[in-house]
Structures are given as structure tokens and as C-alpha cells.
Design a protein around this ligand. Structure first.
Ligand code: MUC
Ligand code: MG
Length: 367
């Protein structure tokens, strides 16, 4: 089945609760809806969230790369020519989210053509994941109130706490307030988005030694090569690489260099094909991983759970699948529902997303 057209549609949906973290903040989901068209009218759908402060990609840049560089290289190839497709995508350096979104849309087509949910094609381990919610910067009491609301309303009991502020004592106070409020009824972990230096991070970890944190993510930049190794040697909990591992080779480098002891997998940046490679590498090496969130909307979140549910390793840990709840609206005909702290895949061919065309017309910003 040949690829006939690639579409990249920019849209913007405001957040009701903007997410703030050490490397940036998000007030509107200014994302790209990618549609890959194939013969017989089959269409694959995905979402690309540009993160200029993380990978340098922008909404207009992703649109241009998909339509002007990838489309001429892919049109005419068969959707099952997967290695050929990736060889062509990889002629372009960088642009992880543009590549990831095209890959996911192609898997959506493959699932539709084979009449199978993509989770089953990838690995088929389960049909659901436990959900972890990311709590953005605010005053300690407000961050506790947000977590309490997500626990009460959606049954979520795993929280990623954004840290990396100056002074670091504010972040320590937040984590302490969360632990005091919830006791041992929740799991907590932290993500610094490179906001601290190695020594600030070391002091903060020492100050939180009694808080039973599950893990720490990207507390300082991976580019502080020796500082990062020094920090990791003294950390008593797994140290996750996130934005520093946007492709499998970076995962290998960080693990071998002692710059990370665990890996966040984000389908937004490694699609399904490269995420598989990352997951298998981690599994073979005995390295923990979990499904992270690139502040995805519902289309992207569905992709995350479709991949995460496919494998034992990713399905065993809570995945970050809930921050679309901070958006004022979304693009699906049937909104995702989190209940009892769990999000399920949809038992239908492909990734299971159906776009509400009226909503897309309302939020698209290229008209
Ligand atoms: C995260 O885990 O870092 C913030 C920036 C980004 O690219 O993803 C988010 C969440
Ligand atoms: Mg992160």
C-alpha cells in the first residue's frame, strides 16, 4: 500500500492550567496534527508537540520538514517498507518530533490495513497503563492541592514533581509538603529539566533523602559531562535521562558514559519504531524505563499508551498520560477517560484515534 500524501496541520488549543517547569512553560497546545495518506483512502493520524526549549523544533518548522522534506522522500514508498522509510527520514538530522509523528501515523495505517490494534502489533502485553500526573511549578500548597484533585477525581497516585528552581529549597519544600500530605499513599519522583547545577542537585537530593522518591530525572544538563557523572555516582535513586536522549544512539552514549541509569521513553520524539529500539536496548541492559510525557494532547497521549501497554517493562510503571486534562478542549470525537488511575487503549484497528473534524476546523491555525 503506497503512501500518497503527507499533511501537517498546525493547531492551537489553550490550556486552562498552564504547565510551568525549569526549561519553559506551556499556555497553549500549539501542536501539529500529522496525517499520512495511503492508497484506498487509508489515513494515519498522529500529533507532534514542538518543544523549542528541548529539541529546537517549532510548529512552523515541523510543518515545513514534514511537507517539504519528508513528503517528497516518502510518497510512493509502501507503508510496509519500514526500514527504507526510516533510512530516508534519517537523512535529515534532528527533528525528532517531526520524525516520530510520521512514524506513528504510518503504524496507524499498518494497524488499519491489518485490522489490528497497534498495541497488539507492537507487543500486545496488556490493554492499559497506570497513570502518573506531572505537577508543574507553583507554591507548595497549590501543588499539593493539584495532586489531591487528580487523586480524588481520577484515582491517580503517582506524581512527577517539577523541580529545578532557584533557590532549590522551594522545590524541597514542595516535595516535603506532598509527602506530609499524602504519607505513603502516593509515589513521588522529580524532574529538574536541567534547572540545577550538579552541586545544587546533590544538595537537594540529600535534603530529600527521607522522602522516599522513586527516581530523579534530568536534574542537571547532560552537557555538564563530569558534573553529571559525579552527581549520578552519589545518587541513591535511579537517574533518568529525558531530553538528553532523543534517539537510540544518545541512549547508548548516556548509559555507557555513566550519565544516566534509567531512560524516559517519549513516543512524541521517538515514534513507535525508535521507541521500540530504545525499549529493547534498556531491557537487554537491565535499565529501567518509563513512558514520559511531552505535554501531549489526546492524540499524542493515545500514542503513548498504545506503545506503553505493548510491553511488560513499560506497562509495569505508571506512564505520564494525564496532562491533556489541563487543556480546555481537544480533537478527538471520543475524549480519553482516566478512571481509577488507569488509561486504556481502544480495541480498534490502528492507534484508535478518530479526529473530530469540526474541532479541527475550529482550532487549526493555517486557514
Ligand atoms: C518532561 O518530562 O520534561 C517538559 C518539556 C518537555 O519536552 O517535556 C516536558 C516534560
Ligand atoms: Mg523530563
Amino acid at each position: 500500500m503506497k503512501i500518497t500524501r503527507l499533511e501537517a496541520i498546525p493547531f492551537s488549543i489553550p490550556y486552562t492550567h498552564p504547565l510551568k517547569f525549569a526549561s519553559g512553560e506551556v499556555h497553549a497546545a500549539e501542536h501539529i496534527l500529522v496525517r499520512v495518506h495511503a492508497e484506498d483512502g487509508v489515513v494515519g493520524v498522529s500529533e507532534a508537540p514542538p518543544r523549542p526549549y528541548t529539541y529546537g523544533e517549532t510548529q512552523q518548522g515541523i510543518k515545513a520538514v514534514v511537507e517539504k522534506i519528508f513528503a517528497p522522500q516518502l510518497i510512493g514508498l509502501d507503508v510496509f517498507d519500514r526500514e527504507k522509510i526510516h533510512a530516508r527520514l534519517n537523512r535529515t538530522v534532528g527533528n525528532p518530533c517531526a520524525k516520530g509523528s510520521v512514524d506513528i501515523a504510518l503504524w496507524d495505517i499498518i494497524g488499519k490495513v491489518l485490522h489490528q490494534p497497534v498495541t497488539r502489533l507492537l507487543g500486545g502485553y496488556t490493554d492499559r497503563m497506570r497513570v502518573s500526573h506531572m505537577v508543574g511549578f507553583d507554591e507548595p500548597a497549590r501543588m499539593v492541592a493539584v495532586a489531591e484533585m487528580f487523586k480524588e477525581k481520577y484515582g491517580i497516585s503517582t506524581f512527577k514533581v517539577k523541580v529545578g528552581r532557584h533557590p532549590y529549597s522551594l522545590d524541597v519544600a514542595v516535595c516535603r509538603a506532598l509527602r506530609q500530605h499524602f504519607g505513603d499513599t502516593v509515589d513521588l519522583y522529580i524532574d529538574g529539566n536541567r534547572g540545577w547545577s550538579a552541586s545544587e542537585a546533590a544538595r537537594a537530593l540529600r535534603a530529600m533523602d527521607d522522602l522516599d522518591l522513586l527516581m530523579a530525572e534530568e536534574l542537571n544538563p547532560a552537557d555538564d559531562v563530569l558534573g553529571r557523572r559525579w552527581l549520578i555516582k552519589q545518587a541513591k535513586i535511579p537517574f533518568y535521562a529525558d531530553e538528553s536522549v532523543s534517539r537510540p544512539a544518545e541512549v547508548a552514549r548516556e548509559i555507557l558514559d555513566g550519565s544516566a541509569t534509567a531512560i524516559s521513553i517519549k513516543t512524541a520524539r521517538t515514534g513507535f519504531t525508535q521507541s521500540q529500539r530504545v525499549h529493547f536496548m534498556c531491557e537487554s541492559l537491565g535499565i529501567e524505563n518509563y513512558i514520559g510525557n511531552q505535554i501531549d494532547g489526546q492524540v499524542g497521549t493515545m500514542a503513548s499508551v498504545v506503545f506503553g501497554a505493548a510491553y511488560k517493562g513499560t506497562a509495569e510503571r505508571a506512564g505520564e498520560l494525564s496532562n491533556f486534562l489541563d487543556m480546555s478542549d481537544d480533537l478527538l470525537t471520543e475524549p480519553l477517560r482516566i478512571a481509577d488511575g488507569v488509561l486504556k487503549i481502544r480495541e480498534r484497528p490502528g492507534t484508535g484515534v478518530v479526529i473530530d473534524e469540526e474541532k479541527l476546523a475550529r482550532y487549526r491555525c493555517d486557514a
